[in-house]
Ligand binder design. Structure first.
Ligand code: ADP
Ligand code: MG
Length: 260
């Protein structure tokens, strides 16, 4: 049961793509004296894929964590589908379901099987029945190519397989948007593409995605827009072709020079 009925919707046509879904306005965040998010304005539309890049320490993870309310912000606003982020309780659990997040470390429950990892949230938070949750979980595991591993435990899978399970687990909650924070950084090189391929397929299917990554091939292939962060600020926002061939700021030029 999603909250679609209570969401304000002006139009009934073409709402799936193009309307603002995640909106950050003038967001500020400090860690002690460190100003880690400075005047962040960012709008991500339904169906849009935004790739966030920038040097280490520039605030990319904090940005993702703020959208999922794993971090609080000091001022400014963040809305999902027009609604401010909830403070706590049941509403917060629902937000975390609406905003799927995949981290660098896969964070699967070690003592639960792959299938249980994927069905837990839908049963607990979405109140799905066990049979329905398992049926859906198997479809998703099939889609990310690990259905044959359903009865195994996370440690029995490779890193790439575990990360694909983590994606399936998020998708099982029927999220409105998926956040990926360097999902391939902890993987051995030969496993990076199997995860990026799943993400590329998701992007093509119209999932709204915010992806922090250093994989520039993925950015070129899948991003509608690239956001370049440095030192807590968004310095550039552009379509990938423009950003990669014609960066505007010295810091973006410098960063691309190092990474490409
Ligand atoms: P990125 O993901 O771009 O590498 P982060 O958002 O992780 O950047 O970090 C931004 C800055 O905030 C860094 O200087 C980092 O050291 C600092 N930082 C991140 N999390 C915390 C925290 N919980 N407490 C104090 N400082 C933090
Ligand atoms: Mg980070």
């Amino acid at each position: 049961p999603s909250d679609a009925a209570s969401a304000p919707r002006e139009q009934s046509i073409n709402v799936a793509r193009g309307e603002p879904l995640v909106v950050l306005q003038d967001v500020q965040k400090h860690f002690g004296p460190l100003h880690v998010l400075k005047d962040i304005d960012l709008t991500v539309h339904h169906g849009e894929v935004v790739v966030v890049i920038g040097p280490s320490g520039s605030g990319k993870s904090t940005l993702c964590r703020a959208i999922n309310r794993l971090e609080t912000i000091e001022s400014g606003s963040i809305t999902i589908d027009g609604k401010p982020l909830p403070e706590e309780g049941q509403e917060l659990a629902r937000l975390r379901a609406d905003v799927g997040m995949v981290f660098q470390s896969f964070n699967l429950f070690a003592h639960k099987t792959i299938l249980e990892n994927v069905t837990l949230g839908p049963i607990k938070v979405r109140k799905q029945g066990k049979a329905a949750a398992e049926k859906r979980a198997m479809e998703l595991l099939e889609r990310v190519g690990v259905a044959h591993q359903a009865s195994k435990y996370p440690a029995q899978l490779s890193g790439g397989q575990q990360q694909r399970v983590a994606i399936a687990r998020s998708l099982a909650m029927e999220p409105k948007v998926m956040l990926f924070d360097e999902p391939t950084s902890a993987l051995d090189p030969e496993m990076i593409n199997e995860v990026l391929d799943v993400m590329t397929a998701l992007a093509k299917e119209g999932m709204t995605m915010i992806v922090v990554t250093h994989e520039m091939g993925f950015a070129r292939r899948a991003a509608d827009r690239v956001v370049f962060m440095s030192d807590g600020q968004i310095l550039e926002e552009n379509v990938p072709e423009e950003f990669f061939t014609n960066p505007q700021t010295d810091r973006a030029k410098d960063f691309l020079g190092k990474i490409l």
